[in-house]
Write a protein that binds this ligand. Structure first.
Ligand code: ADP
Ligand code: MG
Length: 601
């Protein structure tokens, strides 16, 4: 745009509204700034209330120090702060705030009322500012502490409003911020309500208390303590190797009491799980890093979401070491002198004399590994066995497929007590995990079905009893965004309450599944960040298949066993289940001969 208007200075109100955009992007930013102020004021109790996604009203009430009446106007002015005085202070801030921008920024884009009283003063002082203009100033009655009420956020900034997501999503983001702050300040008691309903309440106690209150007792029980004091101190609690998730979003990183995003540190945590959990899965929990303030730059982002370390490498190593130590101390691992040295590989120094051993299924998501004994020569699998590394038939993508395709017709013999199906195929003995095999068959069918139907909705079955699942505000909001995708796949799921959803139909294939668990798990996986349609189809098909397949350990009559074998052979795409787990182990004749010390043919 070419304009010939003369250059002029913008009025302060306009300049403030522009600057506000940097700090206050969405309702969640208001919650963050107000709660941080309360924490900086030494509050022991903070009550947060979010209405209409934060656009109608956000209120934060604390019992902290309060602001002296004489300072009230200053507090809402830009670059007015009590927390630093000179530039060099920025290098060692101990408070969460220091830029002196938050209140001014919020006041520039909302209708803000601030009421505050210090312990020393008899009454409270109050003021009201709308869109940067002071409307009222007076005295009030109130308890010691501060109350900030923000009405009609962005009402005068329609451009900003257009960038916001649905009310439910904004509410969820704001709750997320509140929960993060509660976990990073566990000694403070938090209550957070959305539209009157309590969604977070922490008692004000230990980190574990706060974690339990925010992620739930069940998930909290899966956590192992991380505790590595030092100049770079690492503490917190992370999930043990048998409980992992599809996304990284369950991992909270706190540096000097700030929730931050730092790719390198998240990678360090992931790294410490390497070899313990399947690839593509992630741990969850809270990792707190404490370093000397002067080795940390918190002033790299207007909303202080990112931080920079003067020695990132050292922090990375400390985090990795601390997490690794916590994981290694887990009772399920490291016991019995076995050291997991890579995913699925175990050094088993005192293996039994039998040729085949070390067959290990870990928590249904692990791997099969069969290793040779003294000569550490692994037995090969598949039809071409040259003492190649021990891979089950399915883990090498084409090889496994080939192996199964080249096999003569399989004939089911029966089911071992544990659940495995035993079959013969010519000279080979074939062991089949009926759940993994069935899952794979269903997965392939679903994928085929969904791709064939194009945009036509898939077959779906109404539930006699709709399922209502409590899933947290975050996931509930996302369900609304994913509505079309779900219905194309045969689900009918809608948001039901602020943190609940209701499912009234599921895909026909899943008719035998437990809908409660299916939907609960579907919601748990929802939080994996944006992926292409194909990837999402894959994930959903894998999930539905997993829930619909016969369960491992289910008794199957011989016909049912045979049906699974026949359908498996007819299913293209390898012998691994969609989770990458093998479904078939082929003990070829050469392998059997070697195991029984019979001369090769
Ligand atoms: P900053 O937090 O960066 O200093 P703010 O604009 O958020 O800037 O707040 C300005 C000042 O107002 C703070 O430095 C603090 O002195 C005062 N203040 C704000 N909120 C509170 C509160 N809840 N309790 C006590 N003092 C507060
Ligand atoms: Mg502040």
């Amino acid at each position: 745009m070419i304009t010939s208007a003369p250059i002029h200075r913008l009025p302060q109100v306009v300049a403030d509204a522009i600057a506000a955009g940097e700090v206050i992007e969405r309702p969640a930013s208001v919650v963050k700034e107000l709660v941080e102020n309360a924490l900086d004021a030494g509050a022991t109790r903070i009550d947060i209330s979010i209405e209409g996604g934060g656009l109608v009203r956000i209120a934060v009430v604390d019992d902290g120090s309060g602001i002296a009446a004489a300072d009230l106007e200053l507090a809402v002015e830009r670059h007015a702060t009590s927390k630093i005085a000179e530039a060099s202070d920025i290098a060692r801030v101990g408070s969460l705030g220091f830029r002196g921008e938050a209140l001014a920024s919020i006041a520039a884009v909302s209708d803000l009322r601030l009421t505050t009283r210090t312990a020393a003063s008899a009454g409270a002082a109050t003021l009201r500012i709308r869109d940067g203009v002071l409307l009222e100033r007076g005295v009030a009655a109130s308890a010691a502490g501060t109350q900030v009420e923000v009405h009609e956020l962005f009402a005068s900034a329609p451009a900003r409003l257009r960038f916001l997501k649905s009310v439910a999503t904004e509410a969820a983001a704001a709750v997320r911020v509140a929960a993060d702050l509660a976990v990073s300040h566990p000694e403070v008691s938090f209550t957070c309500r959305t539209d009157g309903r309590v969604v977070v309440r922490t008692p004000g106690g230990s980190l574990r208390d706060a974690i339990r209150a925010t992620i739930g007792t069940r998930a909290e029980r899966e956590l192992l303590a991380v505790d590595a004091p030092g100049a770079i101190a690492v503490s917190g609690a992370i999930s043990s190797p048998h409980a992992h998730r599809a996304s990284r979003s369950g991992l909270i990183l706190i540096v000097n009491r700030r929730r931050v995003h730092n790719r390198a540190l998240l990678a360090a945590i992931d790294e410490s799980y390497r070899g313990l959990i399947p690839g593509g899965r992630h741990g969850f929990g809270v990792v707190c890093v404490d370093v000397a303030p002067e080795t940390l730059d918190v002033n790299v982002h207007p909303a202080k979401r990112e931080v920079r370390f003067s020695d990132e490498r050292a922090v990375f190593t400390a985090v990795q070491r601390a997490c690794w130590a916590a994981l290694r101390a887990a009772p399920a691992l490291g016991a019995g002198g076995e050291i997991p040295n890579a995913f699925g590989r175990r050094l088993a120094p005192d293996a039994p004399a039998l040729g085949l051993h070390g067959l290990e299924f870990r928590d249904g998501e692990g791997v099969v590994e069969i290793v040779g004994r003294s000569e550490a020569q692994p037995y090969g699998f598949g039809t071409h066995d040259r003492g190649a590394p021990a891979v089950p038939a399915g883990s090498a993508t084409e090889d496994g497929d080939d192996a199964l395709a080249r096999l003569p017709a399989m004939s089911a013999l029966g089911q071992a007590g544990s659940g495995f199906v035993v079959a013969t195929a010519g000279d080979s003995v074939v062991l089949v995990d009926p759940h993994a095999a069935h899952e794979k068959i269903l997965y392939a069918e679903l994928r085929e079905h969904w791709s064939r139907q194009g945009s036509q909705p898939a077959g779906s079955q109404m539930l006699l009893m709709p399922v209502v699942v409590e899933c947290g505000a975050d996931a509930a909001a996302r369900v609304a965004d994913e509505h079309d995708f779900f219905s194309r796949c045969g689900f009918s799921i809608e948001q039901f309450g602020p943190s609940t959803v209701r499912c009234t139909a599921i895909p026909v294939t899943a008719a035998g599944a437990d809908p409660d668990r299916l939907v609960a798990e579907l919601l748990e996986r929802l939080d994996r960040p944006g992926a292409g349609r194909d990837e999402r189809n894959h994930r959903l098909a894998a999930l539905v298949a997993c829930h619909s397949a016969v369960r491992f350990g289910d008794r199957l009559d011989i016909d049912a066993q045979q049906r699974i074998l026949d359908r498996l052979v007819a299913t293209p795409g390898g012998t691994t289940c969609p989770h990458g787990r093998p479904s078939v182990v082929i003990l070829s004749d050469p392998v059997l001969r070697r195991a029984f010390r019979r001369p090769a043919r």
